[in-house]
Design a protein around this ligand. Structure first.
Ligand SMILES: N[C@@H](CCC(=O)N[C@@H](CS)C(=O)NCC(=O)O)C(=O)O
Length: 363
């Protein structure tokens, strides 16, 4: 009680000391304190954040949506990690129950809801559930699909066998290298191009946020595992195109662009060396499954010049888009969520209207 009284005394003295302090107190300090207290109160009842190791967890058994189906996928339409898994399932034509989970940019923080926290206490998508047991981490999920789910595949395609027997060792080395570049899992090799894509996605996320009510972001302030993320999304929502004039953001964006360009140059050299349609040569492998979502995101956000400057990458991406899996796992899924097309159209409109945005995306 004594402590509360002395805090109250300090606050009153501070507010009474000047008009500027009154404004600062009313606009920043008081709302921020209330928010932190509300978050602390509600979070004490929310499921804890707990990142579990990648791979199959036989010790966890989850309720199944459809008892007759062994494979379920919790995923999001635009999440690049989810796209990776959907592509893999589509390549092998494995039937599964689809559970779409919203992220803030597609609707709301469903990924942080108590219901989804039971499926993944780490509060991220994708999660594959096999006979009721979850498999976490997209890299581990695609490997699990490839090595354990072949009996469910309606199309037999070996995505971990990158080529002719005499060149196998070199091809495996190439595949692993590009798998790692498309990964967000390994702490020691950060940031990978797959992580840079998060920064390069900000323009489309900002456009998407224009269709999301602000109150949905507040849910994230309470339940998200990292407060800074809902904060960024709130700023994208509030600032709109002005977000792209922030020097801090621009520095990060150009840095990510530069690093992505270097990775694409290396990919170009690799494709030239292997001489086939795909990363490891003639065979389509998990390395391609991992890279397709990244190239798709660059195209979707109007940053196609980034890869078009590299002849072999451009040709490679065209070949990837010819595959049925592209249509099934990317085009068709995204057609069910109108916000994706609306945001792409809005981003195009912004580019036409504001030369600095066009310059930023395609200098
Ligand atoms: N390393 C994880 C990353 C999973 C991840 O970060 N997923 C993103 C979507 S691509 C997510 O669910 N983010 C939720 C959020 O940040 O609120 C994997 O590869 O599965």
């Amino acid at each position: 009680m004594e402590t509360l009284k002395s805090w109250y005394g300090i606050a009153v003295t501070y507010v009474n000391s000047s008009r500027k302090n009154q404004i600062l107190f009313g606009v920043v300090i008081l709302p921020a304190t209330l928010l932190i207290l509300t978050r602390a109160l509600l979070r004490s009842r929310a499921p804890a954040y707990n990142k579990l190791r990648g791979g199959l967890h036989e010790e966890i058994t989850l309720p199944r949506k459809l008892k007759s189906m062994d494979i379920e996928l919790y995923h999001n339409c635009i999440s690049t990690c989810s796209v990776k898994v959907r592509l893999c399932l589509a390549e092998k034509r494995i039937p599964y129950v689809s559970n779409h989970i919203h992220l803030i940019e597609t609707g709301w923080y469903e990924s942080c809801s108590p219901e989804f926290s039971l499926i993944n206490p780490g509060k991220v998508v994708p999660v594959l559930v096999f006979k009721g047991h979850p498999v976490y981490e997209s890299d581990d999920i695609i490997e699990f699909i490839e090595t354990k789910l072949d009996s469910y595949a309606q199309k037999k395609i070996a995505l971990l066998s990158p080529g002719d027997k005499d060149k196998e060792a070199r091809a495996v080395e190439i595949m692993n290298r590009w798998l790692q570049q498309g990964s967000t899992k390994h702490e020691e090799h950060r940031p990978t191009p797959a992580e840079e894509i998060a920064v390069l996605s900000v323009p489309i996320f900002t456009a998407m946020m224009q269709y999301i009510p602000l109150r949905h972001v507040f849910y994230g302030f309470i339940y998200h595992f990292e407060m800074k993320r809902p904060f960024y999304f709130m700023m994208m929502k509030l600032l709109g195109t002005r977000f792209f004039t922030n020097p801090g953001f621009l520095k990060k964006f150009y840095h990510a662009r530069e690093r992505m360009s270097l990775a694409l140059k290396e990919l170009n050299d690799n494709l030239k060396e292997t001489g086939g349609d795909y990363i490891c040569g003639k065979s389509f492998t998990l390395a391609d499954v991992t890279w397709m979502p990244l190239l798709w995101r660059l195209e979707e956000t109007g940053q196609e010049k980034l890869y078009q400057q590299y002849e072999y990458v451009d040709k490679y991406w065209k070949a990837c888009k010819q595959r049925d899996s592209f249509d099934v796992a990317i085009t068709q899924v995204n057609q069910s969520f109108p916000i994706v097309a609306q945001a792409s159209a809005l981003l195009k409109q912004w580019r036409a209207q504001y030369p600095h945005i066009d310059d930023m995306l395609n200098p």
